[in-house]
Write a protein that binds this ligand. Structure first.
Ligand code: AHR
Length: 639
């Protein structure tokens, strides 16, 4: 036996498998494989920024997702059916009506408001408005909620306005605050409310009521639970913790198609998404719903700061998803200037115009920025204008920021991009076929950013078959990480409620209350948790065609061995790690496996497929091992 494992269950299993491994072929259904790696022979460097995140407003990723705002349609948008997500409350004998007042709003950006006219109400029969939230409101025990609203009233004196979180079924008030609104001028009111020892649930709604006849105008009604790092206007704690566990080194934002917009007017217009929320007009997103724009440019940067990620800033490049194109040349100049202003907002000292704006928004210190991406998927531009558009952005950015790496979204002629962004969305077999995609890439050409990729099997979140395709693909990324400098799965997030998803196969699922990682999420966690700084000379022979591996190492610290068996039978494998040396090497084995490719995690069964970790000891340089059927394993060995 070459190694032992101290977890009891795994120890017994592994011992049995090891004893039989060498006479294994008919027993395990696969001929034994041999993996040889020479730790003394470095092959290529591994990019320290290989694993990161890609994000956009899709699948209710921010609104109804990561962005912790609880109120849906806090700015009272309406359509032919009335004010979306808000409902009139007329309790008992009260009577009221609600309409949009297009003449009254607290700011230029929010120039309308909800006008609530209560004709009759009293303490027993209050009237007001109800918000349904993003498929409910998560209320947890002993939790503080922080709210604000803009209001004015025609009532004389102070009008007592009650804000409450109410259980849908029982009508019980779970938390509430009294907000005295006074005067005919718009003012912002802040309030807090605290839940008691209630059961955690999302089957709740919000009520805003008054107990007398009065007219009340409301705009920008907001309510936040506690957020990650207690940031005001911040992010959901459970989702941030799941992202942190992926050890991401960068965040590519703000999209994706969300950057492009359906047309030019609905692009990610960063200048309209900074500063106080009341100055953000909101906009229709590419993915069929409206964006509150609470997640604006600074919020993305703070997200990077919180998770120690480098921003990879994508700038709008004159092509929108619906086909609108801004011609290269003078027409494009204003958009290039917008991008330069945006870069200055991110990186400029507070003495610059952009830096001063950022300081006004509460962050005087500049952010570090190494990468700017020009556009998104410009291969879909039928006018074929990207060569010209990219060159115009490239030259302007390099003239002012020579150290920035400028990413192109497709191969271009004219200027030579620093990095090219490749996207892959495939079925499981398609990802296996891509495992060697970068083995022969020209090392003198641009670097590669795999800015979006996923094995698309399973919905809303990937199943084990997808995780196996992903893991196989990642072995190829690691082997070629001298040229593939960054990679990010997409889409990252999905709200699993009916209507929440616009794109199936998304890494992390959630509803208002809970969240879970898919098997593919755990594959990412495992791969990014152990990554050496170089690859070594290695080779695999024998075994089936669904066995994949990667060996990375860091001198004098660790060896990271990744093994993937996507076959439905166990795979015996004899591993030699030359140069590891004799003696005992403590190691950590993480193992993810399932009985079928369809096995998966769900919002109600979040932990069916999770990594099992165990401490093991590798004796000497040889391991006789059996890779279970449909498994992903990462072995981190101390050197
Ligand atoms: O990830 C979903 C979409 O796929 C992205 O918005 C787009 O860039 C790609 O086509």
């Amino acid at each position: 036996m070459s190694h032992s494992i101290d977890n009891h269950t795994i120890y017994k299993t592994t011992t049995t498998l090891l004893l039989t491994a060498l006479a294994a072929s008919e027993l395990f259904g696969q001929p034994p494989a041999t993996l040889q790696a020479d730790l003394n022979r470095t092959k290529a460097p591994v990019s320290p920024t290989l694993y990161g995140l890609m994000t956009e407003e899709i699948n209710y990723s921010y609104d109804g997702g990561l962005y912790a705002e609880l109120i849906r349609n806090r700015t009272f948008r309406a359509d032919w059916s009335g004010i979306l997500n808000w409902f009139l409350i007329e309790n008992g004998t009260s009577s009221a009506k609600v309409s949009i007042d297009f003449q009254e709003g607290p700011s230029k950006a929010l120039s309308s408001s909800a006008r609530l006219e209560v004709v009759k109400a009293d303490a027993q029969s209050p009237a007001g408005l109800l918000n349904e939230g993003y498929w409910g409101f998560a209320v947890r025990p002993n939790t503080r909620y922080t709210g604000s609203l803009f209001a004015k009233t025609a009532a004389p004196g102070a009008l007592p306005v009650k804000v409450a979180l109410v259980a849908d079924q029982s009508g019980a008030v779970l938390a509430s605050a009294d907000v005295p609104v006074s005067g005919a001028a718009w003012k912002e009111y802040k309030f807090e409310m605290q839940s008691g020892s209630v059961a955690a649930s999302s089957a709740n709604h919000l009520e805003i009521t008054v107990d007398r006849a009065a007219t009340l105008w409301l705009q920008l009604v907001s309510l936040f639970p506690p957020t990650y790092h207690a940031r005001p206007n911040g992010n959901r704690i459970d989702l941030m913790e799941k992202l942190a566990a992926m050890h991401p080194s960068f965040l590519r934002f703000p999209g994706g198609n969300y950057l492009e917009g359906g047309n030019i007017a609905t692009r990610f217009d960063w200048k309209k998404m900074i500063g106080p929320l009341v100055d953000r007009p909101t906009h229709p997103s590419t993915w069929s719903y409206h964006s509150s724009d609470g997640m604006g440019l600074l919020e993305f940067l703070l997200w990077c700061e919180d998770l120690h990620m480098d921003p990879v800033l994508a700038v709008y490049a004159g092509y929108s998803l619906g086909g609108q194109v801004v011609k290269p040349g003078p027409d494009l100049d204003p958009f290039v200037k917008d991008a330069l202003d945006e870069i200055e907002y991110v990186t400029g000292q507070a003495s610059t115009k952009g830096g001063a704006l950022r300081a006004r928004d509460g962050h005087p210190a500049p952010f570090k920025l190494h990468y700017v991406e020009v556009g998104n998927e410009d291969n879909f531009d039928k006018s074929k204008s990207y060569d010209g558009r990219y060159a115009q952005f490239f030259q302007a950015i390099k003239a002012q920021y020579p150290d920035l790496q400028v990413i192109a979204t497709m191969p271009v002629t004219g200027v030579r991009p620093d990095v090219v962004d490749d996207h892959y969305y495939k079925r499981e077999q398609g990802m296996f076929d891509l495992v060697r995609q970068y083995d022969n890439t020209d090392r003198k050409g641009p670097k590669i950013f795999v800015g979006e990729w996923a094995t698309r099997e399973g919905t809303p979140t990937p199943n084990m078959g997808a995780a196996l395709g992903d893991a196989a693909f990642m072995t190829g990324l690691e082997r070629n990480s001298d040229v593939v400098v960054m990679a990010s799965y997409a889409p990252l997030l999905v709200n699993v409620n009916p209507g929440g998803m616009q794109w199936s196969t998304d890494l992390i699922g959630y509803d208002a209350l809970d969240s879970y990682g898919s098997p593919a999420y755990y594959a990412q966690v495992m791969f990014s948790s152990c990554l050496g700084d170089h690859t070594v000379e290695s080779g695999l022979s024998g075994g089936g065609d669904k066995v994949f591996y990667s060996v990375t190492a860091s001198a004098n610290s660790k060896v990271c061995l990744k093994l993937v068996n996507a076959a439905s039978t166990d795979q015996p494998i004899a591993i030699t790690l030359s140069g590891l040396g004799g003696g005992t090497h403590p190691a950590l084995l993480s193992s993810l496996k399932a009985n079928t490719n369809w096995a998966t995690n769900t919002i109600t069964h979040p932990d069916q497929i999770v990594p099992v970790r165990s401490n093991v000891a590798v004796q000497g340089e040889r391991l006789e091992h059996v890779l279970p059927a449909r498994s992903i394993q990462v072995l981190e060995i101390d050197r």
